[in-house]
Design a protein around this ligand. Structure first.
Ligand code: SF4
Length: 256
């Protein structure tokens, strides 16, 4: 199995800006430093992901300890599915056409596999749909039939004064129809991104609103350096209300 060229996060990066994709792969040393705020955001995302695993308790954790384990985990996932040895997998790995993904949860019920991708967010966005569509593309092209694909996100109306009820804390929304509609786009975008990675120089893409939408790009310091600092894009502020909301989670005991 060849090493992957694109992962879910690099695919989403390339969809935002092909230059960012190229620089990330070929000139990673030009990246801006992660702010403490961004690091905290990643940690919160992981915590929400682990909590959502309780929606399907007793699963087998396939999370790779490091990128060097990706190949091993892809083979292990394929073996488990082939032998039907476990029915709930956390972070199973899939690879197709040098595209790698780690899904949050794969669960089998009544003989059918369903995919669940968890977002530490209070609502869905177009980027989350693209993320789901990319994962669906890789999993199904690897030969695994999916009955459905759900995005799982945090219920904004959840009442933390009650003991924790994981089934009420998370909303599961089927996005299969929208994911299917996006499959042609995914196929074409994968081609564009792979072609970009073959270039000898970064693509000539001017700075603009895409530098912060949907995410603040981490090459702003490089691309905007000739522009007066006062004109640099303002990074969107973290939604502190949402983080306060999430921070209530560990103070509450899980229902047995
Ligand atoms: S700063 Fe803007 S132009 Fe430069 S790589 Fe990022 S998104 Fe692309």
């Amino acid at each position: 199995m060849e090493k992957h060229l694109l992962s879910k996060s690099t695919f989403i990066r390339g969809n935002q800006c092909l230059k960012s994709l190229y620089l990330n792969k070929k000139r990673p040393f030009l990246r801006d430093r992660l702010s403490p705020e961004q690091l905290a955001k990643f940690k919160r995302g992981h915590r929400v992901g682990e909590l959502a695993q309780q929606l399907f308790p007793g699963g087998t954790d396939l999370k790779p300890k490091s990128p060097s384990q990706y190949r091993k985990k892809v083979l292990e996932t394929a073996q488990i599915i082939l032998t039907d040895s476990y029915h709930t997998l956390y972070e199973p790995a899939f690879q197709y056409d040098r595209l790698l993904i780690l899904l949050d949860i794969l669960h089998k019920e009544n003989g059918n596999w369903t995919a669940y991708e968890v977002k530490s967010s209070l609502h869905l966005s177009q980027t989350y749909l693209l993320d789901a569509a990319f994962q669906y593309y890789v999993i199904t092209n690897q030969g695994i039939l999916l009955k459905d694909f759900f995005l799982v996100y945090v219920n904004k109306d959840y009442d933390f004064s009650q003991s924790l009820d994981i089934n009420k804390l998370f909303i599961k929304e089927s996005v299969l129809d929208r994911v299917l509609e996006l499959q042609n786009f995914i196929r074409e975008q994968v081609i564009r991104e792979k072609e970009t990675l073959l270039l000898e120089k970064s693509p000539p893409i001017a700075v603009g609103p895409h530098c912060t939408i949907p995410y603040p790009c981490d090459f702003i310091g490089h691309c905007w350096k000739k522009i007066p600092k006062e004109d640099w894009p303002v990074r969107p502020k973290a939604n502190e209300g949402f983080y306060d909301f999430l921070n209530q989670i560990p103070e509450i005991e899980t229902k047995s």
